[in-house]
Write a protein that binds this ligand. Structure first.
Ligand code: UDP
Length: 489
């Protein structure tokens, strides 16, 4: 699996980036793209994975090898047994719940020793570690190797800045009522959020210490790498950079920069539950911009009750849709309702995908005109890159903040109105939000126009001379010259 392309070591020679993603699809996918961007621009990349995670992106690995891209996928053995996790729990999406996150993170931290010894034996000394914020141990690892560490969070700068301020203001430790609205002092404009919507709320008090460690290690890092682009987040990038006192590299949207074709886009996550060509054939039979795509990402699985409300909302709306349903605890009941009642009602205009969908393939198709999203940052960038307006339906983590950026700042979204993840959104509300998004008169047209403009600016950021394209070049140059020195980056 390791690609032993001959490269030169030493200062000024080919830089060697070590990418260490958190083992979860929403974090792995952008890092896979990042690996392709860096390797495509002449860097050597070592990409940490594990045996089962490597199987999920087998096609990506094979293609990188065939095209002689200098990306080595370092597939380590994941220590499930050592921490008491069931065998095969190598990705956070396999955890029964996020209550087991700390155990999973302990297992991830045990990868430090085998990864370090792999890097020490490498014929090309590492030049830089880019690692997930969750992996505080990578700070020590980078210091041990004598190379800079850049943090990657998977969030945009709007959310990173808000998260920074919330931490600085001690919001997590205060016993504030979950529904009380909090102000964010020092944010570029007035921003309010309830405690229930604060990122990291899912971690609960048990992981409070871990959260502080993450923030502390982040403050020791040599820079931050963000999958975003300046056109959409300039004021937040600037304020966040100032607050952190270190360089914030905006290098997104990575999916645009990596220039991956349809096969790359379809293969960078899991194996899809539906053949990409079947999806395309179905979409080909629909009118341009007529279909809404509904997906809640790689982690959220809705209750049966919520699924029925979504389905009936789509049924009432009466137009074409693709709906991705991730099997959850009530999978059997959901399946019975889908196959015995729902699918018959929407046969000519609804495609239900159970499991993993080739999301980018779908979003890029001209028949798709809107996206109902849980507001995961990757999904937002993907929707934006496809020029689509969005119905926003956040659940946890960074998603409520991302919604504010999409709806209030960029004005390309319609909020479904879920104020926290426990709220049951009724079919009438689903239908109302979808109708408004896909129709919506003048305001709907203006929203679609803004969405198309954002697609163009995402494209420009990724092209030669664009902000993110230039930032990648500067980042590689600086690492190559090893001139990392705190704020100097
Ligand atoms: N994704 C996909 N098919 C699915 C579900 C998710 O391709 O059925 C991809 C999606 O395109 C995105 C990532 O998985 O790249 C999910 O990341 P995001 O930040 O949107 O949300 P998360 O899953 O981390 O909550």
């Amino acid at each position: 699996m390791t690609n032993q392309t001959a490269v030169n070591g030493g200062n000024g020679a080919k830089p060697h980036f070590v990418l260490v993603p958190f083992l979860e699809q929403g974090h792995i996918i952008p890092m896979v793209d990042m690996a392709h961007v860096l390797a495509g621009r002449g860097a050597h990349v070592s990409f940490l994975t594990t045996r089962l995670n490597a199987l999920r992106i087998k096609l990506i690995i094979e293609r990188a090898e065939e095209s002689r891209l200098p990306i080595e996928f370092v597939a380590l053995c994941f220590p499930c047994a050592e921490v008491g996790l069931p065998e095969g729990t190598e990705n956070a999406d396999a955890l029964p719940s996020y209550d087991h996150l700390d155990t999973f993170l302990r297992a991830c931290a045990m990868l430090r020793e085998p990864l370090t010894s792999h890097l020490r034996r490498h014929h090309l000394p590492p030049s830089c570690v880019i690692s997930d914020a969750f992996y505080t141990w990578t700070g020590d690892m980078a210091r041990e190797l004598g190379v800079p560490r850049l943090v990657f969070n998977g969030y945009g700068c709007f959310t990173l800045l808000a998260r920074y301020i919330l931490h600085r203001e001690n919001v997590y430790e205060q016993g504030i009522d979950e529904s009380q609205m909090l102000d964010l002092p020092g944010f570029p404009h007035r921003l309010q959020i309830s405690k229930a919507q604060v990122p990291g709320n899912f971690m609960g008090p048990r992981l409070q210490r871990f959260r502080c460690e993450v923030m502390e290690e982040e403050s020791r890092a040599d820079g931050v790498v963000v999958n975003t682009f300046d056109d959409i987040e300039a004021p937040y990038v600037e304020s966040y950079q100032k607050a952190m006192g270190k360089r914030v590299w905006t290098i997104g949207p990575l999916l645009r920069l990596c220039g991956g074709d349809a096969t790359h886009m379809a293969a960078r996550g899991n194996k899809a539950a539906i053949d990409g060509n079947e999806c395309i054939r179905w979409l080909d039979s629909m009118k341009p911009s007529s279909v809404i795509y509904v997906s809640f990402g790689s982690l959220v699985s809705s209750t049966l009750q919520q699924i029925i409300e979504i389905g009936m909302g789509l049924e009432t709306w009466g137009r074409p849709f693709i709906w991705v349903i991730r099997p959850g605890k009530q999978a059997a009941e959901v399946e019975r309702w889908l196959s015995e009642e729902f699918e018959e009602m929407v046969r000519s205009r609804g495609l239900v995908i159970r499991g993993w969908a080739p999301q980018m393939v779908i979003l890029s198709h001209p028949a798709v005109g809107g996206f109902v999203t849980h507001c995961g940052w990757n999904s937002i960038l993907e929707g934006m890159s496809a020029g689509l307006p969005m119905v926003t339906w956040p659940n946890f983590g960074d998603q409520f903040l991302n919604q504010k950026l999409v709806v209030q700042v960029l004005r390309i979204g319609v909020a479904v109105g879920a104020e926290n993840s426990d709220v049951l959104v009724k079919r009438e509300e689903v239908e109302k939000a979808v109708s408004e998004l896909m129709g919506g008169g003048e305001e709907g047209e203006a929203r679609r126009k803004r969405s198309r403009e954002l697609k163009d600016s995402a494209k420009r950021a990724a092209e030669r001379g664009g902000s993110s394209h230039d930032n990648i070049g500067m980042l590689i140059q600086q690492i190559q010259g090893s001139s990392i020195d705190g704020c100097a980056m």
